[in-house]
Design a protein around this ligand. Structure first.
Ligand SMILES: N[C@@H](CCC(=O)N[C@@H](CS)C(=O)NCC(=O)O)C(=O)O
Length: 207
């Protein structure tokens, strides 16, 4: 199994899950926004054959390729059931798990990505400076909803660490890097989970 990724990106969540899982894998560093002739470039034809959008992360396992970070997380979790990265519990608790995964992607990380897009990712002529205030407003709104979805427990779901905890911690880390206002309880959540040995190993690999 090969994970293609880059520092400071959604790749970290997948690398972290791989480290939690105990599965064997290789990590292939990819670089964004460099000449496509560079063999490590996300725009190099060899990488575009893996991920047509030239984005990270991507995972290859045998003939199968995945290019969405949450699909990668779920694949890793299913491949290593003993690691418990998807909670083993009843359908209703599992549904709450799926709800939180969707919420992080659809609501919580979107304003962060909006800010990134309008600061550096979009072509300059497509960037709209006013979007930065909109992103701040939308992130605060999503946090307010999260306060209702998330109970004040050590882990998001049931009584153990799962891919939702990875997603939440990484999204809060992203919010801090992008200078969004983040309540202390969510800073603490980020710190608590980033202190896990698997997160530290993943961090060393990616930096
Ligand atoms: N929905 C995708 C998003 C992947 C994505 O946008 N990755 C960013 C880095 S975090 C990227 O590769 N951006 C490259 C670009 O915008 O050119 C996922 O969750 O994997």
């Amino acid at each position: 199994m090969k994970l293609y990724g880059m520092q400071q990106s959604r790749s970290f969540r997948c690398l972290w899950a791989l480290e939690e899982s105990g599965l064997q894998y290789d990590y292939v560093p990819i670089k964004l926004r460099i000449e496509e002739t560079d063999p490590d470039s996300a725009q190099n034809p060899a990488y575009l054959a893996v991920n047509v959008q030239g984005k990270v992360p991507s995972l290859k396992d045998g003939d199968m390729t995945l290019t969405e970070s949450v699909a990668i997380l779920q694949y890793i979790a299913r491949k290593a059931p003993a690691a418990g990265l998807v909670p083993k519990c009843n359908d209703q608790v599992l549904a709450k798990h799926d709800e939180l995964v969707s919420f992080v992607l659809a609501e919580l990380e979107q304003p962060l990505w909006s800010k990134g897009k309008h600061i550096f990712a979009l072509p300059e002529e497509q960037r709209i400076p006013a979007m930065l205030e909109t992103a701040k407003f939308e992130f605060a709104k999503a946090l307010n909803t999260l306060d209702h979805l998330l109970e004040d427990n050590e882990f998001a779901i049931a009584d153990h660490f799962s891919i939702v905890d990875i997603l939440l911690a990484q999204t809060f880390n992203w919010a801090l890097r992008f200078e969004f206002d983040l309540p202390q309880k969510y800073v603490n959540l980020r710190n608590r989970h980033y202190d896990r040995p698997a997160a530290k190993r993943a961090m060393e690999l990616i930096s």
